[in-house]
Design a protein around this ligand. Structure first.
Ligand code: ZN
Ligand code: ZN
Length: 313
């Protein structure tokens, strides 16, 4: 039975609340402030969004589903942005960019089925949570010639695109092609452990306005106050940039081409065993092909459903 969306979204939100305590972070990733990752009031934005918005004294910007505790995060110098703030920024950017798709809830990458499909050959921007503790911006807006099988990652921390990010992008796009290109944009890096959300919003805003995040040096002293002001006004403007990057010439810092497998259209995952179809030679996950274990299947003779259908008819 299919779970109601509200139920899945709530679960996704709970994943974020739970993960920082599991010590899954690497030293490269920012350290979210535990008080902001588990904000009070405990209602997440997605729970609230299922019913008509009711203004209450706890709410700072009811139309964006933001609470006063979210405002305090932006007023602080180091608190990590939560999913409500990221989603509020996406709501504004979506209103300001009618021809750009994406903008799904930033925790949905942890739940395959929740992404509404992005139309083929369409532009998209998506803010995403990776590993439960890091915000990034993913888009194809600056890649008009290869919209179909390419995504560019704007990440203020990491120097490569990790497996979690690739999986999240595949969940979003469900690539039809058997090879997908992942590009890491050469962008400004954060200088502390908590500003990834601000940078992700700043990159997305720059893309909406047709600029290049790669050429910006944002003024980190005003990132928080700028976002706070924009959320108050209900309109996002470009984040103040101190200067254009000197010597900027490269857009892509790192890239990879990955095979996309199976009916679930996913990059390779060492934790999920796969089986090859003897006819089409394509690879499928055991769980996607309803195979319980290695012992329960004849690997040399196995055929995927499509080939089986062709063979039998
Ligand atoms: Zn699969
Ligand atoms: Zn096959």
């Amino acid at each position: 039975m299919v779970k109601p969306i509200s139920c899945l979204l709530q679960t996704a939100s709970q994943i974020l609340l739970r993960m920082p305590s599991q010590n899954v972070r690497t030293t490269l990733l920012p350290t979210p402030c535990t008080t902001t990752v588990a904000p009070t009031p405990s209602k997440s934005v997605v729970e609230v969004s299922d019913s008509p918005v009711k203004s209450s004294p706890e709410m700072w910007r009811p139309s964006l589903l933001l609470y006063h505790c979210d405002r305090r995060i932006l007023e602080s110098k180091t608190d990590w942005l939560n999913d409500r703030i990221i989603q509020a920024a996406q709501m504004l950017l979506q209103r300001q960019s009618e021809d750009i798709y994406g903008w799904n809830h930033p925790l949905c990458s942890q739940r395959n089925a929740l992404f509404p499909p992005i139309p083929r050959n369409s532009k998209f921007i998506q803010l995403m949570n990776i590993n439960g503790n890091h915000w990034i911006c993913v888009s194809n807006v600056a890649q008009s010639d290869t919209l179909r099988n390419c995504a560019r990652v704007y990440d203020s921390t990491l120097e490569t695109i990790n497996a979690e990010t690739k999986k999240a992008i595949c969940s979003l796009l469900k690539p039809k092609e058997d090879v997908f290109h992942f590009d890491l944009a050469d962008v400004q890096k954060q200088s502390n452990s908590s500003d990834c959300g601000l940078f992700a919003v700043a990159f997305a805003t720059e893309l909406v306005y047709g600029g290049s995040p790669c050429s910006c040096i944002f003024d980190v002293t005003v990132l928080r106050s700028h976002l706070l002001e924009c959320l108050e006004k209900g309109f996002l403007t470009s984040f103040p940039s101190k200067a254009k990057r000197v010597g900027f010439g490269k857009i892509v810092k790192w890239s990879s081409r990955d095979a996309i497998n199976c009916t679930c259209r996913m990059v390779e995952d060492s934790l999920r065993p796969m089986i090859q179809c003897r006819s089409c030679k394509k690879l499928f996950h055991f769980d996607c092909a309803d195979i319980v274990s290695c012992d329960s299947v004849n690997r040399a003779n196995w055929m995927c459903d499509i080939c089986k259908h062709v063979f039998l008819h």
